[in-house]
Design a protein around this ligand. Sequence first.
Ligand SMILES: C[S@@+](CC[C@H](N)C(=O)[O-])C[C@H]1O[C@@H](n2cnc3c(N)ncnc32)[C@H](O)[C@@H]1O
Length: 592
Amino acid sequence: MSENKIKITPAKGRPMLNWIGKKPLEYVKGFPAQLIEVFNPLNNSKKIETPTYEELKDNWQNLLFHGDNKEVLATLLELGFRGKIDLIYIDPPFKSGADYVRKVELRGIKEIGSLENDEASVLQQTMYFDIWNNDNYLQFMYERLQLMKELLSETGSIYVHLDWHVGHYVKILMDEIFGEENFRNDIIWAYKWASTTTRTFAHKHDIILFYTKSDEYTFNIDEVREPYTEEQLKGYKKDEKGYYTTDTSGKKWYAHPKGQIPSDVFNIPIISRSAHERLGFATQKPEVLLERIIKASSNPDNLVLDCFCGSGTTLAVAQKLGRRWIGCDINKGAVQLTSSRLQKIIKDQIKNNETKYPAFALYKVNNYDLKLLHTEAIELAVQHIGIQRTRTDTFFDGTLGKNLVKIIDFNHPLTLLDLQLLQDELKKRPDEDRDITIVCLGKELAVDAWIDEWNKKHPVNKIKVIELRTDKKYGSFLIHKPAEAKVEIKRENNKVFIEIKDFISPTIIERLNIDNQLWKVKIADFRAMIDYILIDTDYDGKVFNVVFSDVPQRKTDLIKGKYELEVNKDKTKIAVKIVDMLGEEVLIVKDI
Ligand SMILES: C[S@@+](CC[C@H](N)C(=O)[O-])C[C@H]1O[C@@H](n2cnc3c(N)ncnc32)[C@H](O)[C@@H]1O
């Protein structure tokens, strides 16, 4: 792709929030989008290597991106999507201080009793660390919101899902970027759950900021009206036209036949433990919530974007409601989960002849292998370097010997801004005399000189850096042992027989053993480690086209492991993709 710089419109202006390192985006650069996988069960759309808007507009397939949304959004601008998105919903990580964990269960445990202890079946895969410092968080959101505004159509809307941690800061960012005149509602999503707090009122609502691009926007009130309650209709009479009251002159006032206008307080329960839609993703939002937003602020065939898609709730609901969609997540597990969730929905829709959009393609933007493992890498860094985690300190991540440890977010190299923040933090702690160890994945050039200067001036709080990428002692743990599979692929005339004979994921085993030090984990059936299987019977060596998928519906079900499929060509390439419970993939290819 070109080196073109894409210009970003300056933010609207006041009111403004300031923070250390505030810098508006002026230009961004797109990145090459690499096509990874196409889900196209009807085999009726072509493989699009570069998904430009021009190419897609008469030949639509939905798009799922794996990558950092800053780069994905810039790429979308370059691909011609400026002003083309009708609705954006995002639910970004919001500085809650919690480590979000997706519980990954091995499959089929209850039935086959394949582990010696059932509790060991729950692998905890950290999805992302939601710990930010304010300045970095605000800059992170600022840049992305600016890009989203560029993509939003003139009649479009954006909903930003937050809570009490940063909701009010982001409101001011939104005012600056979208203009306070385009602010429509701060929706309260009120839910119930058991709280243990006794020193404040219990936190039982989230905030969803609703803005539009302009004053001319889509809003389908009749799609979201709510039925009147019996209580409300008590004084009403009924005739063939509906419920009515009369005024003093005997004129009839009818209650709206589709119900009343809903308020900006949404009373929607969180997803219960037993709910069918529950996927084990910690921050998964209820489909009903998204249904209300998508119905109100978009029309069928409109284009919906969620660039923090997590388990894919927005995209799932958009697909069900006949909207087109674009999704993105930086986390591979989240992308896999979204992909399998959408595959199931599309298969059902095809069975019932219910969709105009039966295909989607998965792209990767930039090379994220290091970034992807970032949350896991932090954990590994803690384990391998022997850092003691301190979860009560809002700035430092732990201690190492006598030193305080700061782990720099693996999304970016150590920068002068990070050092500035460290300096500010130390100023607030005049009695702190420990030295500092910084753990990072890389560092900017100017950093070494800054640290030398600092160490010369300071008898205490001396800074040492462990740079994982170059450090011989610790860097090696970033080498990841890949999963392996044994698959038999045989052809007889126009049939191919595929059997998964064995599968092993050293990472899953290692994780189980770390979590359960008291007993050794034994997995009796290797299929417990496999989440789903995808097969392409005409693989072109580059792009995986899902012709057949085995995605068990229930957690207690195992993949079948044996498949019999038709092949029509004399010579073809069979590709079998095995995705394990941690989202890792193994690809087996055979010419037949
Ligand atoms: C709160 S969750 C979204 C949950 C989602 N609404 C659902 O219903 O499942 C936030 C998601 O944002 C993703 N994320 C965080 N930083 C990102 C980035 N820079 N680019 C893309 N995705 C990111 C995380 O991996 C996580 O899956």
